[in-house]
Design a protein around this ligand. Structure first.
Ligand code: 5GP
Length: 183
């Protein structure tokens, strides 16, 4: 679906599909310059990173394996606590590999810093992060994110993999929801 199918549920489009694709193409070029010839593994975090992974991985000018993790973050309501449980672990042994975590959004950073530390404990050659979106004002922990698509304001966004109550992941754009949706 695109913004036109959202009707009154959409407040505003923050980032268009064209802007997302153009930025992911740029990031793919930078990422390939870093990893070409290295034993790279792309790691996506389900479910939000599915769209970013699909487009970023296809924008790379060479082959790279992909693996997935699913985690649940214990927290109150919509706020993450940084206490994480692995629901689905990697199928791959990452010993000696260059791991690139591909994420949809870094909000407080708590979930991602836990995942990064967890992967670093498995003796990879390196662990870096690429995220489509980051909310600098929401950061609770300092986390080194090497590639960022867009820095956005501290507001709740949906689309391009990001959901509200499992809806709107299939929206092509990134946008905000009208207040009545939360009511
Ligand atoms: P963090 O641990 O960085 O606070 O939160 C990470 C997770 O919270 C993200 O992977 C994402 O699933 C969810 N999240 C954070 N901000 C947003 C947002 O603006 N919209 C949506 N749909 N999910 C978000």
């Amino acid at each position: 679906m695109d913004a036109a199918h959202m009707g009154a549920d959409l407040e505003k489009v923050l980032i268009t599909e064209e802007e997302i694709h153009a930025r992911l193409d740029e990031l793919a070029t930078e990422i390939w310059a870093e990893y070409e010839g290295k034993d790279l593994l792309l790691v996506g975090v389900l479910k939000g990173a599915v769209m970013v992974m699909a487009d970023l991985s296809r924008a790379l000018p060479g082959t790279a394996p992909v693996d997935w993790m699913a985690v649940s973050s214990y927290g109150s309501g919509t706020k993450s606590s940084g206490v994480v449980r692995i629901l689905k672990d990697l199928d791959t042994d990452i010993t000696g590999k260059h791991v690139l975590i591909v994420e949809d959004i870094v909000d407080s950073g708590l979930t991602l810093s836990w995942i990064k530390a967890n992967l670093e404990s498995r003796s990879p050659a390196s662990v870096e992060i690429c995220t489509l979106l980051r909310k600098p004002e929401a950061a609770k922990v300092e986390i080194d994110v090497k590639w960022v698509g867009f820095d956005i304001a501290n507001e709740f966004v949906v689309g391009y993999g990001l959901d509200y109550a499992e809806n709107y992941r299939n929206l092509r754009e990134v946008g905000t929801l009208a207040p009545h949706v939360y009511a």
